[in-house]
Ligand binder design. Structure first.
Ligand code: SF4
Ligand code: SF4
Length: 287
C-alpha cells in the first residue's frame, strides 16, 4: 500500500517537458524521472541521480522562500519558484527538492491534457528501469486511453528481465551505449557493460529498439578503434540497428568533464564513416 492508502505504485518525477522533437519520433512529451544507477563522469543532469534526504540545506538558500522542511521531506511551492536552480547547485546529494510524486493515474491525467498536441510520450531520466511497476501501469493507461506511442530512454543496465513487465505497453526503447570497452564503461559510468548489451539484444529481438545512442567523449568513445568495436558489437546483433552519435558538450557538465573538449565536426564525420564501414547501415550524428 502506498502513501495515498492505495495499491497503485508511485513514481517520482523530476520534471515534464511538454514538447520535444529530439526524444524519439515526432513531437513528444518527455517525463524525466528521478533516480539513476549510473554515475557518468560527464552527467549533464546530476541533480536527477539520487533522491532527496531532506537534509534541509537548500531551504535556506532559496531566494524565494519556496522550500520548507517538513518532518522527513521538503515541500516545494511551485507557484513562487523562479527556477533559479540555486537549490540543486547547493545540494550535496545530487538530488533535487523539486520532484513530484504521482500515481500512474495522476500522471496520465496531467499528460492527457497535452495529448492532442503530441504524437507520443517518452520517459527519460534519471533511469526509467528503476521505476518499472509505476511505468508499466502508466503506459497501460496511455495505451488504453489514447493512440500515443510510448518510449523509454534507458541506460540498459537493468537487463531484459527488468523490462518485461512494461513490454506489452511499450512501443520503443532508446538505449544508451555509453562505451563499448568494458573497462572504460566501468570507469565512465560506475557500472559494468554486460547487461547493457543484453538489453540491446533483447529490444532488438522484440522489434522495439528505436535506436542506440552514444555520446562521443574524449578518451572514451572518440577514437576510430572505439567506434570499430562499438559498430562491430552492434552489427553482430543486427546491422540495421540505428546508431546516433551525440557530440559531448562541456556546458552543463561538472567536475573534470567540464574541461573536456567537444569533438570537432571532422571527428564526428569520421566516426560516422567508421561505424558504417564496420557493418552498420544506419548511422547519424548530432550537430
Ligand atoms: S529553483 Fe530552487 S532555489 Fe530557485 S526559487 Fe525555485 S526552489 Fe528556490
Ligand atoms: S534537495 Fe538536496 S540539499 Fe535539499 S534537502 Fe534534499 S538532499 Fe538536502
Amino acid at each position: 500500500m502506498n502513501n495515498n492508502g492505495m495499491n497503485e505504485p508511485l513514481g517520482i518525477v523530476n520534471h515534464i517537458l511538454k514538447k520535444s522533437f529530439v526524444d524519439g519520433p515526432g513531437n513528444r512529451a518527455v517525463i524525466f524521472l528521478q533516480g539513476c544507477n549510473f554515475h557518468c563522469l560527464y552527467c549533464h543532469n546530476p541533480y536527477t541521480i539520487n533522491h532527496c534526504t531532506a537534509c534541509g540545506l537548500c531551504v535556506e538558500t532559496c531566494p524565494q522562500h519556496a522550500l520548507t522542511l517538513g518532518k522527513d521531506k521538503i515541500f516545494w511551492n511551485e507557484d513562487i519558484c523562479v527556477e533559479c536552480d540555486e537549490c540543486i547547485r547547493v545540494c550535496p546529494e545530487s538530488a533535487s527538492p523539486r520532484t513530484r510524486t504521482y500515481t500512474p493515474a495522476e500522471l496520465w491525467q496531467e499528460v492527457a491534457r497535452i495529448g492532442p498536441f503530441i504524437t507520443g510520450i517518452s520517459v527519460s531520466g534519471g533511469e526509467p528501469s528503476l521505476q518499472v511497476p509505476f511505468l508499466a501501469r502508466f503506459f497501460q493507461l496511455v495505451k488504453e486511453n489514447s493512440d500515443l506511442t510510448t518510449l523509454i530512454e534507458t541506460n540498459g543496465f537493468a537487463g531484459q528481465q527488468a523490462y518485461t513487465d512494461m513490454l506489452p505497453w511499450l512501443d520503443m526503447a532508446m538505449v544508451d551505449l555509453k562505451c563499448s570497452d568494458p573497462d572504460k564503461h566501468l570507469e565512465l559510468t560506475g557500472q559494468p557493460l554486460d547487461t547493457v548489451l543484453e538489453s540491446i539484444r533483447f529490444f532488438a529481438a522484440q522489434g522495439k529498439l528505436q535506436q542506440v545512442q552514444q555520446v562521443i567523449a574524449p578518451a572514451y568513445t572518440d577514437q576510430a578503434a572505439d567506434m570499430q568495436r562499438t559498430a562491430g558489437l552492434l552489427a553482430g546483433i543486427d546491422p540495421s540497428i540505428h546508431l546516433r552519435l551525440l557530440r559531448f558538450r562541456p556546458h552543463g557538465a561538472s567536475g573534470p568533464a567540464a574541461q573536456w573538449q567537444s569533438p570537432t565536426d571532422e571527428r564526428m564525420d569520421a566516426l560516422v564513416e567508421t561505424a558504417r564501414s564496420n557493418g552498420l547501415t544506419s548511422v547519424e550524428r548530432s550537430l
